[in-house]
Design a protein around this ligand. Structure first.
Ligand code: ATP
Ligand code: MG
Ligand code: MG
Ligand code: MG
Length: 503
């Protein structure tokens, strides 16, 4: 028997009929008297391993029978095809070696609330959902780098300690920097513009910090953002770049993570249908939609359909509860219990949406031109679209000082937000940058900032200024959208939130 391993579970198809050794962790086990069913996770996948009493020593059979979840072990056995098995193959065990016999794994079998799971994040990362989410994240990040690296972009790393607030003062993290106050980067953009005027096409990709004081499902205090910045570009070209970029991420995830997306319950068919061009709306058109009859009708229809889904889910819950109480075998009870947890969380989500629906309707009807679109407004606009939608030309007063004023309407800026469809909301914010020295200085003064603090940034408008623009995409938001994950905190291994920093 090999010391550690010779094969990976995701490669078993190439070893059908052969003897292999795999090393991993016990995810679950079930005993059928003279046979044990062990599901093992080895990092590459999950596989059912069959231990027949007649095929191993009595001692080993007993050891394996009493192993707790998350015990680590290495097994050797013959691979055989079995459509019913996770992954389509199983292993008939002939030998095994246990590294750590885990007892009382704290996460299972009891169902837990999210607080417990977050406090035990070091272990919760091993759950099947988290495993799949981390794999999708891996693909998204690789696709991001591939896209820019193969489209003539140069990576410029921008600093994390800065003195320049890129996105307003209200959510800055201040830190003591040898007696001076510095802050953690909210965006790399201002620095990246220097890179764009040097290389033409550049991007930065790193952690971004914002002291988000409200608890939402879409905001972390530390998140990963990728930001391209391009010299000699127009707003339309920038949006085309964003479209191509998002399509390339979707393509990579569909190519590499179908089984993860299935496990996560993501809407794969809708993702497959996403193609260029995405929808384009001006901010003013978005306001007309929000305050007009179309949004009201949409929300009414949504309420009817949510209520009927809730009724179905409650019936299903009653059925499962009955099944659970009638079940004779422990594994049947466990299966029903797991389904009950899922249906309860679906019910909670439906109730949340039903509760929010009238709130959305009220907010939408009362929306006024000039306000920034909030989470609810974005939800409604994006709910009404089956592909991402660009909302462009926001009122100047609600946007950052560096956004370029529109030539024919000075009240709005040449910017866009990209909203992911089906109610998800913003994943990208981008704009053309003010490239006139005088206009930029005026904007800095209007906002009450000190021009001295932006002297190097203003210099970019003095020395070889060009039309340029860029955007930022939030990695965790994108993952939450693609996977259908309800809360952004699951889309990064160690989330940082207002009330969470320890693990
Ligand atoms: P929102 O309106 O949702 O607060 P924003 O307009 O403040 O987002 P931008 O400054 O445009 O965000 O940043 C670009 C992108 O970074 C956003 O479109 C989003 O994908 C992501 N992002 C922004 N803030 C956060 C956050 N606190 N947590 C996770 N991702 C974020
Ligand atoms: Mg924000
Ligand atoms: Mg926004
Ligand atoms: Mg934005």
């Amino acid at each position: 028997m090999a010391q550690y391993y010779t094969s990976k579970i995701n490669q078993l198809a190439g070893h059908n009929g052969e003897e292999v050794t795999i090393a991993g962790w016990l995810q679950k086990s079930r005993s059928g008297g003279k046979v044990l069913f062990l599901v093992i996770r080895d990092g590459s996948g999950f596989c059912q391993c069959i231990v027949e009493k007649a095929m191993v020593s009595g001692e080993l059979f007993s050891e394996l029978k009493h192993l707790g979840q998350e015990s680590s072990l290495c097994i050797t056995g013959q691979v055989r095809k079995d459509e019913r098995s996770v992954g389509g193959y199983e292993i008939l065990v002939s030998e095994a070696k246990v590294f750590c016999d885990t007892k009382d794994y704290p996460i299972t079998p009891k169902p837990h609330g999210v607080e417990f799971l977050m406090a035990n994040r070091h272990l919760h990362l091993r759950s099947q959902r988290q495993w799949a989410l981390n794999r999708v994240r891996h693909t998204v990040i690789a696709a991001i780098r591939d896209f820019f690296n193969t489209n003539d972009f140069i990576l410029i790393d921008t600093p994390i300690f800065t003195t320049a607030a890129g996105e307003g003062e209200q959510n800055l993290f201040n830190v003591d920097y040898f007696g001076e106050t510095a802050c953690l980067s909210q965006t790399g953009q201002l620095y990246l513009e220097c890179g764009a005027l040097s290389h033409g096409r550049v991007y930065c990709f790193g952690p971004t910090f914002r002291a988000e004081k409200s608890k939402t499902r879409r905001h972390l205090t530390e998140f990963w953002m990728v930001e391209p910045e391009v010299a000699f570009i127009t707003l339309d070209e920038l949006m085309e770049l964003a479209e191509d970029f998002v399509c390339s991420i979707i393509k990579a995830v569909l190519e590499n993570n179908i089984s993860d997306l299935e496990l996560l319950g993501s809407d794969i068919e809708s993702l497959r249908k996403i193609k260029k061009p995405f929808y384009r709306l001006t901010y003013s058109e978005a306001v007309d939609i929000l305050t007009g009859p179309k949004a009201a009708k949409y929300l009414e229809d949504e309420l009817i359909s949510l209520s009927s889904s809730l009724e179905d889910a409650e019936n299903k819950l009653a059925e499962l509860t009955e099944t659970q109480s009638q079940a004779k075998k422990q594994w049947q009870k466990d299966k029903a219990a797991a389904e009950i947890i899922e249906i309860n969380s679906a019910i909670a989500e439906l109730k949340r949406r039903i509760e929010n629906n009238p709130k959305h309707a009220r907010l939408a009807a009362g929306f006024q031109w000039g306000k920034d679109l909030g989470g609810s407004d974005e939800t409604i606009i994006s709910m009404m679209h089956d592909r991402p939608v660009f909302v462009t030309h926001y009122p100047k007063d609600v946007k950052a000082f560096y956004m370029k004023s529109n030539e024919s309407d000075a009240g709005v800026v040449d910017n866009f937000d990209m909203l992911a469809p089906a109610g998800f909301g913003e994943i990208i914010g981008g704009s053309m940058r003010e490239d006139s020295y005088e206009m930029l200085l005026e904007r800095i003064n209007e906002k009450g900032y000190n021009p001295q603090d932006y002297s190097w940034y203003l210099d970019l408008r003095k020395y070889g200024s060009v039309p340029h623009g860029g955007f930022g995409l939030g990695v965790e938001r994108t993952i939450a959208w693609l996977t259908g994950e309800k809360h952004i905190r699951q889309c990064i291994a160690f989330p940082r939130l207002m009330d969470k920093i320890e693990i």
